[in-house]
Design a binder for this molecule. Structure first.
Ligand code: PAF
Length: 296
């Protein structure tokens, strides 16, 4: 059986563990002596036991096939750094919101990193339990497939071929997929987090000019990067806000819990790209500053 190390056993990490546990032996690095892993996953009122275990970082067997990174984007560097030089033959798979950590990890592990973007919904309801809140799919791809080593491509192939409870699919255009998610997040997350509102509240008339201005800035930055976003990004944002109307965005949840947000990997990334291309991004800057001021 192959072995996977999961860095970031939060809601999405747990969901992917559930999918992978039939084909991988799963291990999670232990940070604290009082740390626990969720023991069950709830999907459509059925309970599924989770088969994974914690291991002290120094005791982890170096024969790891896959390192799955599912931390918050703000934690990727800190959480992965102790392991970057440990697992020589491993393929890395990073699945987190925003952009920036993916590029950074790919620079650390050239040719070995797969990127993933998921529309699955999951919520950790207690220290023991994770709830699968919404069915989606997980796209896996290589931002620069021509530079990927053969083990990495084989692993991608293998992952997308394995049967399991989730849908994992190969995406030739994973970079575009991540940009699309980034664009939606840039419109929804800072506004909902700052105003303390649910996603659907953004459909109110008084938010439309702001959403439209943000979408215009994101579209301009993406176009300058050669990334094709939906022509009517605002309509797409409104569609997601409607579909997830009662959700509290991930940034709002982070803010409520006094955790660092993912603003750096969302607005921060777009501001940097905009700056490089000489594109004015005043609304993205405004929301970046507003969230930064309130972060712990
Ligand atoms: O980050 C989130 O919360 C989600 O990606 C989205 C789409 C904004 C819905 O809540």
């Amino acid at each position: 059986m192959k072995t996977a190390l999961i860095i970031g056993p939060g809601a999405i990490g747990t969901l992917l563990a559930w999918h992978l546990q039939n084909s991988f032996s799963l291990v999670v690095p232990q940070h604290r002596s009082d740390q626990f892993l969720p023991i069950r996953l709830l999907d459509q009122e059925q309970e599924y036991p989770l088969n994974w275990h914690l291991s002290k970082p120094d005791d982890i067997n170096p024969d790891i096939d896959l390192v799955l990174v599912t931390t918050k984007s703000s934690m990727v560097r800190t959480a992965t750094s102790p392991f970057l030089h440990r697992f020589q033959g491993a393929t890395w798979l990073i699945c987190c919101n925003g952009m920036g950590p993916q590029q950074w990890l790919s620079e650390q592990q050239p040719g070995r990193v797969l990127w993933a973007s998921t529309t699955e919904g999951a919520l950790q309801t207690s220290s023991q339990e994770v709830l699968h809140t919404g069915r989606g799919e997980t796209l896996i791809g290589c931002a620069q497939a021509e530079l990927a080593n053969s083990d990495c491509l084989q692993m991608a192939h293998w992952l997308t071929e394995q049967s399991g409870p989730l849908t994992l699919r190969w995406a030739d255009d994973i970079n575009t997929q991540l940009w699309r998610k980034l664009a939606i997040n840039a419109a929804i997350n800072p506004l909902t987090a700052h105003a303390g509102i649910c996603n659907g509240d953004l459909l109110a008339p008084h938010w439309q000019a702001e959403l439209s201005a943000i979408c215009a800035e994101v579209s301009a930055v993406a176009a300058a990067q050669g990334v094709q976003l939906p022509v009517n990004l605002l309509a797409q944002v409104r569609e997601v806000a409607e579909r997830t109307a009662h959700n509290r965005s991930s940034m709002l949840q982070d803010m409520d819990k006094g955790r660092p947000t993912e603003i750096e990997a969302i607005n921060g990334f777009l501001l940097d790209r905009g700056h490089e291309q000489g594109i004015a991004t005043p609304r993205l800057r405004n929301w970046y500053d507003a969230i930064k001021k309130r972060e712990p």
